[in-house]
Design a binder for this molecule. Structure first.
Ligand SMILES: NC(=O)c1ccc[n+]([C@@H]2O[C@H](COP(=O)([O-])OP(=O)(O)OC[C@H]3O[C@@H](n4cnc5c(N)ncnc54)[C@H](O)[C@@H]3O)[C@@H](O)[C@H]2O)c1
Length: 377
């Protein structure tokens, strides 16, 4: 079993770029430029851009084109994604087809959401320092209530009933829990965040599995049994279980308790937003949708922000940090660290857009980041 979600680790890569809508089109080129600046000396990368977006959907009635999944799977190592969502498509159908379509059809079962506090002024918690908030959430990304199982009975009548089913397969639960333990065993927390560790060189990270098995007794029972059977294979990894409501409280009360959190699709969606907020929120949150060894997708957590699109003030940090996760996925760790260091330097130099209380434009922040990367790559 590979201990890292590597795609290749070689010097070449093909990366698909899907900027999408709104500010996705403004920040994704900066993620691409950051990768190029960091990797230009030792790597050869080919980028291919795809215009899958609201514009295309409105123009051609095409969201995810036929053959797109096979193309990405067979010809690309990774995908750098922007954001989807446009007020002209109120149903958000194109976004659901493209983003959920890729997550499910590429079987990207790991949603990795790291949270690292880069500077104390970005946390809403009192008296917390950077080292206190360094954790990663692994959210199951292909099952749960997001599969769309359920339905209506007597819809639109006073007797209406709606059901939404929570789907948990043994295989799905086991592979995400196992990934959390593998990650804990093969990584350590250094000054540049989560770094690959050689066996035995560092103490493994701590794993917390979270569910609501006291109320959701069938799905919870499966999660509990799988957790117990997998954890015995990792006696070197400290692990525990918390109910999701307790985890929510503990994360705010004392985030130092957590390195690796693993949970289902719904709870992971919520808890990863909470943890991102503890370290500065949307503008600093990247995300990876990963299947180890297969084409995987990296994106900033934020959406298309139509309220600021076209104004030149979108914060590019989420996209650049997502690009860093993509480089880590390719096994290009020094280049990944270079991108993260550039974001950290920009924050320390107050080189930020208005959402992070700065006065700089997207272009100014981008120039700063690219100059920093070029100098240190
Ligand atoms: N992964 C995705 O593609 C994704 C994720 C979330 C929302 N969306 C979609 O995006 C659209 C807008 O949704 P929303 O407003 O709820 O969420 P949003 O993340 O787009 O915006 C929320 C708020 O944060 C601000 N913001 C977000 N990213 C920013 C950035 N990089 N720089 C500066 N400010 C930023 C926005 O201006 C807005 O005030 C909707 O269509 C939604 O469905 C897409």
């Amino acid at each position: 079993m590979p201990n890292l979600p590597l795609r290749s680790g070689g010097p070449n890569a093909r990366i698909a770029v899907i900027p999408g809508d709104g500010i996705g089109k403004e920040v994704t080129p900066i993620g691409v430029a950051a990768i190029q600046a960091a990797a230009r000396k030792h790597r050869h990368i080919e980028f291919v851009e795809f215009d899958w977006s609201a514009d295309k959907y409105l123009r051609e009635k095409v969201s995810l084109p036929e053959g797109a999944v096979e193309l990405l799977q067979n010809e690309f190592d990774a995908i750098l994604f922007g954001a989807l969502g446009d007020p002209r498509v109120p149903s958000n159908q194109h976004a659901a087809d493209i983003l959920l379509g890729l997550r499910f059809k590429l079987d990207l079962y790991i949603n990795a959401r790291p949270t690292e506090l880069f500077h104390e002024r970005f946390t809403p918690l009192k008296d917390r320092v950077c080292n206190d908030i360094q954790l990663i959430v692994f959210r199951e990304n292909t099952e749960g209530i997001y599969v769309g199982a359920g339905g209506f009975f007597k819809k639109g009548t006073p007797d209406e009933i709606a059901t939404q089913e929570d789907i948990n397969s043994r295989k799905g639960v086991e592979r995400i829990i196992r990934h959390a333990f593998e990650f804990a065993r093969t990584h350590y927390l250094g000054s540049a965040g989560f770094q690959p560790a050689s066996a035995g060189a560092h103490k493994p990270l701590r794993v917390c599995m979270s569910d609501k098995s006291n109320a959701m007794t069938f799905a919870g029972d499966l999660w509990q049994r799988v957790f117990k059977s997998v954890r015995v294979e990792y006696p070197d990894v400290e692990s525990r279980h918390l109910y999701i409501d307790t985890l929510t409280m503990e994360l705010v009360r004392d985030p130092r308790q957590f390195d690796v959190i693993v949970t289902n699709n719904l709870f992971g969606d919520i808890i990863s937003d909470l943890s991102a907020e503890l370290a500065g929120g949307l503008g600093l949150a990247p995300s990876g949708n990963i299947h180890p060894g297969r084409t995987s997708l990296f994106e900033p957590v934020h959406g298309s922000a139509p309220n600021i699109a076209g104004k030149g003030i979108a914060n590019p940090f989420g996209s650049v940090l997502a690009a860093g996760m993509l480089l880590d996925f390719l096994g290009w760790h020094p280049e990944a660290t270079c991108l993260k260091s550039a974001v950290k330097a920009a924050l320390l130099d107050n080189m930020t857009t208005p959402d992070l209380h700065g006065s700089h434009t997207t272009a100014q922040v981008s120039d700063y980041l690219l100059a920093h990367i070029a100098k240190h790559a």
